[in-house]
Design a protein around this ligand. Structure first.
Ligand SMILES: NC(=O)c1ccc[n+]([C@@H]2O[C@H](COP(=O)([O-])OP(=O)(O)OC[C@H]3O[C@@H](n4cnc5c(N)ncnc54)[C@H](OP(=O)(O)O)[C@@H]3O)[C@@H](O)[C@H]2O)c1
Length: 330
């Protein structure tokens, strides 16, 4: 029996959060049909299993995800709810991040979540140039002073954006894609993040489900699932769908990974445990739609550490098969 991985301190706040959190995009929309009853049970199961970090955004189902997360999770002991703002802009420009717009987005999230003070507001993949000006961060500081936010962080697409964000002293957390198919942050970001003491939120940990090992070449996704409509980045950054790895290459790499998964462990748990082998990661946020997925993903907390040999083979597999598709891009 392995000890469960303990909660990890959330950046400069030091507040402990569960090492496995809950990603609440799919319960809002863009992943095919969602059933609010099932989603609510998934959130309740997560609370029962000790999950204390929930990640949502104002645009997930246009507020549906925030309303569900707020209804089920707000006010629960030790729970930290992170939301995001920005993509309500019709076009992403730095100039669109005005005080008025930010204020309106934040107040809408406060209403959706039913919280006077948001625990954590993340800028939701804003344009890279936004990080080069202090203007937006000064506005966020004002909102903290007014008690509308407890703190703020950023959700980024690229290492470059993450590194720029580290220069903003008020930034508490960086959310970035980090998984077996996106290994670059471990070398080019984590050492700096550790020095700066910011929290790292690892998103898309299962490469949109690919790394759970149940997707096959003939798997069909609903028309309103981004794994159907965003395969070439038609709607948003293609890196958010299967981590930006072409499906055929991803499926072949998953098959090559299977022999590394220890007997008695599932592929999903192995993929999440690999992420948690990196102490800089504060919390990993698999997208969960059902109580069963919650149970499965929280189970990663009980998986023994992955040995050095298997870690090296995961790295070699990435270098051989995945790196050419993603490393230079994000
Ligand atoms: N720009 C941003 O800031 C941004 C972008 C993307 C994601 N995020 C955040 O990160 C979270 C996680 O990323 P993600 O949801 O895109 O991708 P993910 O966690 O890699 O994949 C989630 C999907 O994998 C499948 N899955 C989950 N657990 C499973 C299990 N145990 N076994 C088999 N399949 C499982 C589910 O799809 P099926 O049920 O259909 O199989 C689920 O919707 C999001 O929910 C969101 O909170 C943020």
């Amino acid at each position: 029996m392995t000890d469960l991985l303990p909660p990890r301190p959330f950046g400069p706040t030091g507040i402990p959060v569960s090492a496995v959190g809950f990603g609440a995009w799919a319960i809002g929309g863009s992943w095919g049909a969602a059933d609010d009853g099932v989603s609510a049970r998934a959130l309740e199961r997560a609370l029962d299993r000790g999950v204390t970090f929930f990640d949502t955004a104002d645009v997930y189902g246009d507020g549906r995800s925030e309303r569900l997360v707020g209804r089920i999770c707000r006010g629960k002991p030790g729970v930290l709810i992170a939301t995001k703002a920005g993509p309500r802009l019709p076009k992403q420009t730095v100039d669109g991040y005005t005080r008025e717009n930010l204020s309106a987005w934040i107040d809408r999230s406060r209403r959706n979540l039913g919280m006077d003070t948001l625990d954590l507001l993340q800028l939701h993949c804003p344009p890279t140039d936004l990080y080069r000006t202090g203007r937006v961060f000064a506005i966020l500081e004002d909102f903290v002073g007014e008690g509308r936010l407890r703190g703020y962080g950023v959700s980024v697409e690229t290492i470059e954006e993450a590194r720029l964000a580290l220069d903003r002293p008020g930034v508490r957390s960086i959310q970035i894609i980090f998984n077996l198919f996106r290994q670059r942050p471990a070398e080019d970001l984590f050492p700096l993040a550790r020095k700066r003491g910011v929290a790292i939120i690892a998103r898309v940990p299962l490469a949109s489900g690919l790394l759970a090992g149940n997707i096959a070449a003939d798997t069909r996704f609903a028309p309103d699932d981004h794994r159907n409509f965003n395969l070439r980045g038609q709607a948003f950054d293609v890196g958010e769908t299967f981590s930006g790895v072409p499906l055929e290459a991803g499926l072949a790499a998953v098959e090559a990974l299977r022999p590394l998964v220890p007997r008695g462990t599932t592929m999903a748990r192995f993929a999440l445990r690999w992420i948690l082998m990196h102490p800089e990661v504060t919390t990993v946020i698999p997208g969960c739609r059902t109580p069963e997925q919650v149970d499965e993903n929280v189970g990663a907390l009980g998986v023994p550490p992955i040995g050095a040999d298997a870690m090296a083979r995961c790295r070699a597999l990435y270098d051989d098969r995945i790196r050419p598709h993603v490393h230079g891009r994000w």
